[in-house]
Every structure is written in C-alpha cells, then in structure tokens.
Design a protein around this ligand. Structure first.
Ligand SMILES: [Ca+2]
Ligand SMILES: [Ca+2]
Ligand SMILES: [Ca+2]
Ligand SMILES: [Ca+2]
Length: 219
C-alpha cells in the first residue's frame, strides 16, 4: 500500500505560498481507520507516525462535530492529558494539523493550542495558536524548522499550563486534531531563493511541454 501523497506540483505550490518547504506532503485524515478507543502507539494505516497520549490512555478516533470526519481525541483531560506523535522513519522538517473543540464555555480568552517539536529528547522549538473559541475545527497549527522526529500537541491556558478544566467547568478540554500533514523527511534541502527561481522556471517548462504534447497530439 502506497502512502498517499499530494501531487508534487500541488505540494510545491502549497509550500511556495505557505511554509517554504519543497517536499512532497503526506496527510493523515483518519478516514480509513476504525473509530473508537486506540492503543498507545497506534498507527493510521501504514503511515510512519505513532500516536500516544501523555497519560498513557485516552486516545480515541471519533467522528464528532468538532472534528473533520474521523478525528483524533485525547480524553482524560481533567488530568491534563494531551497528544504525542513519534515519527518512525527518521526526522522531518515540516508538520501541520487542524484542531478543534475550542468550546467557548470550556475555554478562557487566550487559551491556545501549543505544538512542540523535539529531535529525540532535545527541544527543537514550539509554536502556538490562540483559540478562536467557536468549537469548530477551523484553525491550523504548524512548524517548519527541523530536524525533529517527535512532537506534542496540547491545549493550554495563556500561560502555557495544560488545560485541566477551562472556564471553571468540570469537564476538561479535549484535544481534537486531524489532517496531520508532514514532509517526506530531511533528505531534501530547502531551496535557496535562486533555486526557487529555477523551480518556477521549471514549472513554466512543464507547462510548455504539456502544450507541446497537446499540439503534437492534435497534429
Ligand atoms: Ca478526518
Ligand atoms: Ca488536554
Ligand atoms: Ca466541543
Ligand atoms: Ca475553532
């Protein structure tokens, strides 16, 4: 079974306009996975990314309104649970995902999703996105500086403490993530501006070749 990749041209175009990587991108959307409670370290199909929870329990796949079809949840949130990912194929330099379940009733202004990436045990970096607090999966968080081979995604308050109840509610704030997108590893090098010029010229060349083929076909 082949890993699902975006078409190289589409990936390159997306990279050009968003994150500046030049790799093919793989997307995990969990749509082919059976729903329900998941074991620690579970894999989606043959994708090289194992999922864990910080507390060692609470991972679940479910189709919920706060997700995008089947999505990944970390329950047990009153104890401060969150999601971890470990790549099984070495280091990467691009990762993004969508996130939801930012209930206005269970969050405070400034609460956020925090994505932290590591290479082995070494911290590589962290980024955050403040919730728009609409309980919809309509925000994305990403990191594009590697190499890293594992990561955590946690919902925290504005000070960075993992949410254990939000807004004074008894229920915690469950991380819900989906559409996990990553590059094909650190083998390739992020192009310099001069290389981009060459690549853009290359895209033009592809178009010219296509037109020539079409012309030949008509002839
Ligand atoms: Ca999905
Ligand atoms: Ca949590
Ligand atoms: Ca919700
Ligand atoms: Ca939202």
């Amino acid at each position: 079974m082949k890993l699902r990749h975006l078409a190289p041209a589409a990936a390159a175009a997306a990279a050009l306009f968003s994150y500046g990587t030049a790799h093919a991108l793989t997307v995990i959307d969990f749509e082919a996975d059976p729903g329900g409670v998941q074991a620690e370290g579970f894999l989606s199909g043959l994708f090289p990314l194992s999922f864990f929870s910080d507390l060692g329990a609470g991972l679940e796949l479910a189709a919920i309104p706060e997700g995008d079809g089947n999505s990944l949840l970390a329950r047990n949130d009153t104890n401060g649970n969150f999601i971890k990912g470990v790549f099984n194929d070495g280091a990467h330099s691009f990762l993004s995902m969508t996130f939801g379940n930012d209930d206005p009733a269970f969050t405070n202004p400034g609460d956020r999703a925090v994505l932290t990436v590591y290479n082995g045990a070494a911290l590589v970096g962290a980024t955050f996105v403040v919730f728009n607090r609409n309980d919809l999966m309509d925000q994305t968080i990403g990191f594009n500086f590697g190499p890293f081979d594992n990561w955590t995604l946690a919902y925290t308050d504005a000070a960075g403490s993992v949410c254990t109840g939000g807004g004074g509610a008894a229920t915690g704030l469950i991380e819900v993530i989906d559409n996990i997108t990553f590059d094909d590893g650190v083998g390739a090098v992020v192009p310099e501006p001069a290389a981009w010029t060459m690549m853009i010229m290359g895209f033009g060349g592809v178009g010219a070749l296509t037109r020539r083929r079409r012309w030949l076909a008509i002839a």
